[in-house]
Structure formats: C-alpha cells, structure tokens
Write a protein that binds this ligand. Sequence first.
Ligand code: 2P0
Length: 320
Amino acid sequence: MLEGEAEAPSNIAIVKYWGKRGDPKLNLPLNDSFSISLDALKVKTRVTFDKSLMKDEVIINGKKLPEDKTVEYAGKVLNKLREISGTKIYAKVESYSNFPESAGLASSAAGIAALTLASAKALGLSLDTKELSIIARIGSGSACRSVFGGFVIWHAGTSDKGDDSFCESMFPYDHWEELVDIIPIFSEEKKQVSSRQGMKLTTTSSALLKCRLDFVNNTFTDVIESVKNRNPQRFFQLTIRHSNSMHAVMLDSFPPLIYLNSFSLDVIRAFGDGNIAGYTFDAGPNPHIFTLRKNLNVVKETLDKLGAKKIIISGISPGP
Ligand code: 2P0
C-alpha cells in the first residue's frame, strides 16, 4: 500500500474564473484569475493506493461520494498521476473539511488540491508546484490556485493542451497582514446548479460575457497593483466590481443563473460603496467580506444585524 497525506487551503477569487475554452475536460479558463488562499478553510486528505481495490473510492467527511462524482473530479487527478507514475492501482481517498461542503465556500478547490498533493506524495512523484497546479486544474479549475498560499495568479494560457494554464504565487501570505476575510454564513443549502454546469450555460448564452472579459482584461493589473501597494479602498472597490461583473453574466445567462439570495443583496447594499470593506460572492449566497483588522467589529455588527447565522474569520494561508 502506498500512502500520502496533505492539507490544502480553500481560496477565494478576487478576479474570478467563470467560463471555459476548448476541451471542457481540461478546465481551461477564458481569463486569468487572481485569488487569496484562506487560512480558516482547509481540507485534509489521505490517499491510499491499494492493490485490493477494484475502483477509486472517495469519502468526504465520512460520507462516500457517488461514483459519477468520484470519476468526474478525483478520478481525473488520480488517472493523470497514475499515468505519470506508470501504475494501475486504485486509490481510497479520505477527506475532511472544517467548513460546509456546498455552501459556495470552495471545498472542491481545497479538496482537489489536497488530493493532488497527497496522491503525488503517495506515489513518490517529485513534481514542481507548476506541474501540481496543472494536475489539480484538471480535477477542478479553481483547485489549481489552492496548491499555493498567499496571493495567487492563475494564468489562463493559450495552448489547447493546457500546458501553459497554471498558477504561481504573486505575493506571500504575510504581504498584507491587516487584510482579513469575514465570511458570514446565511445559508448552508447545497447549490442547485454546479459551477461546471453554470459556466457552460453562461458561455453558450450570455451576450454580456464579452463585455465582462474586456473588463477583466482592462482591470487585472489594477487589482494586482492595489494588493502590491496595500491600497484598501482601491482593493475593496475592485473586489466588489469583479464579483458584480461575474454575477451580472450569471443573471444574463438563459435560463438565468441566480446564486445570490436576499441576504446577499442586503450585504451588497450595506457594503457596496467599498469604503470600509469589499465583498465577493462565489457561486453561492455567502459573501467573503474583505476588510482591515481595525474594521472587524464594525463589519461584524452589521452582519449580525443582517441575520448571519455564523461568522467565520479568516486570515491568509501560508499554503499547503
Ligand atoms: C472562481 N468559481 O474563480 C470561480 C468564481 C466559482 C465562482 O471556480 O468546472 O469548481 O471544476 O473547473 O473551479 C468554481 O468552479 O469549476 C469557481 P470546474 P470550479 O473561484
């Protein structure tokens, strides 16, 4: 038996990935994205390659994942690593997250990143972080960013094969220690439409998507600069605009994709000016609200008033 264990952080995209190009199996994005790895949201994974197994098995927080999902996500990473190491042995994957699995908190990103790292360890492969991010990407796009800590860029690349679609660290985790992510939980409901299905719908039906891609390309450097210079107002405003831009093309898809709920709209109204905080929503109703540590209590008070059931506070992760 070959065993390996790894832990990976979840990540939240500031410049978001929503839409694929080329072969959908390779998870090649339409645009570069930029994320922050989160210290409070982690997944720990143990992988055991075992000759007695007849197929791959994935157990998440004690619950067995259905076979179709196992094949679609973990199976792709495991097949790629088996191909590299020249083995045919199946694996048992046991994963534990410290946060709700489907509340839009990117458990799959952390889970697939941890799976990639643990499996490479188990098979004794010495791959560099660029190669590991490419393999994690094949399992799930956003997972490639969770291979790193701190502030991470995912280069969309141009190759049809995906060998130039990988991640790298832009700034270390301690670059902006005042910055904190507040995650109020308003809903733990599982989302109706997976990101994978949702992206397909947007790329095939949204007329606004082209406009969004121009916006992303025109402001990408500004986002990086706002972090580089630790400029909170600029960073909050751009974070808000990038989130709104993605949710605009979701709504513009047909049939419309709506991941936000009435609490999300309250958050947008409360923090939309970007003065003390900047929100961003993934494909789910729970926001990530970035602010400076000195504003923590003011933001928390507002969220309590809006009816947050629970509030998670996260710093920036140093990485796996
Ligand atoms: C992101 N999201 O950049 C965007 C923002 C959600 C909203 O990447 O099909 O699970 O596995 O590549 O990575 C979520 O989608 O999709 C996502 P696949 P993924 O973080």
